[in-house]
Design a protein around this ligand. Structure first.
Ligand code: AMP
Length: 259
């Protein structure tokens, strides 16, 4: 059994995971659940898009065997009082700016994994910190599931597909393209550098040149542990989060280094 947890508003990114789950398993399960636990009170839980009929049609067309669409009551009945946290991994990077977010993610994913009992679960590299936190949780808790990371699907101009892209105003959409170009440029630039802080500083300056952009962070991290390396060696990744108007965008790219 292959399983793909989602919050719906499905796009090609989700579909790449879903199609892979259908291909690699006898049965494929998809969940659609906008998880209130991972949104802070100021975030977009209420306005998050919920096009259920379209999502359900896309799943059927892809060959999904079971679509799980629980209500909030189903997953969090009155008195629900347990949460899971991967300590030290949840309060860095995006977690610094979204306190409680990864606790909400880990909790719902653990519940969904228990309910679906899959052999393989598929997650996108687009949400790289989430993917690594889930890997760590499944390892720490000995969950009998293989966590599979899938490459980020992008629009033609490079912008990573996201359900939140619909919030971007036309001018912001054009500037969003530059965000991802700077990440790629950072990869090239890092080749001539020794220290990760140097790469981060130059990228920070370049990102802040985008009109109206608010930077949450740009960080070079170890791909497995999310730790901050001092030197540009090993398997690394550049992760960044920015705001364009009222839309928060995240993206990341691998950094191929010596060694
Ligand atoms: P979400 O509905 O945003 O919770 O995403 C559900 C799953 O789809 C997560 O594992 C995401 O990482 C993955 N995903 C979202 N966008 C993309 C994308 N552009 N490419 C690949 N996977 C994605």
């Amino acid at each position: 059994v292959g399983f793909v947890p989602t919050m719906g508003a499905l796009h090609e990114g989700h579909l790449s995971l879903i199609e892979r789950a259908c291909r690699e398993n006898n049965k494929a399960i998809v969940s659609l659940f906008v998880n209130p636990l991972q949104f802070s009170p100021k975030e977009d839980y209420q306005r998050y898009p919920r096009p259920f009929a379209k999502d359900s049609r896309l799943c059927r067309q892809a060959g999904v065997n079971l679509l799980f669409h629980p209500t909030v009551q189903d997953l969090y009945p009155q008195g629900f009082n347990t949460q899971v946290e991967v300590k030290g991994w949840s309060d860095i990077l995006c977690g610094t700016f979204r306190p409680g977010h990864f606790k909400g993610v880990a909790t719902v994913v653990l519940k969904l994994l228990h309910l679906a009992q899959p052999d393989r679960a598929y997650f996108g590299e687009k949400d790289f910190q989430q993917l690594q936190i889930i890997r760590k949780m499944t390892e720490d808790l000995n969950l009998p599931v293989r966590t599979i990371g899938c490459p980020t699907i992008r629009q033609k101009d490079g912008l990573a597909l996201s359900s939140r892209n619909v919030y971007l105003k036309p001018g912001e959409r054009i500037r969003a393209r530059r965000f991802q170009q700077i990440l790629r440029w950072g990869v090239q630039m890092a080749r001539g550098q020794k220290r990760s802080s140097e790469t981060e500083n130059i990228m920070r300056k370049e990102l802040l040149k985008i009109p109206g952009l608010k930077l949450d962070y740009v960080r070079v991290v170890d791909s497995k542990t999310l730790d901050r390396p001092r030197t540009l060696e090993g398997r690394l990744r550049i992760l960044a989060a920015v705001w364009l108007g009222k839309t928060r965008l995240i993206d990341n790219v691998p950094l191929i280094c010596k060694n």
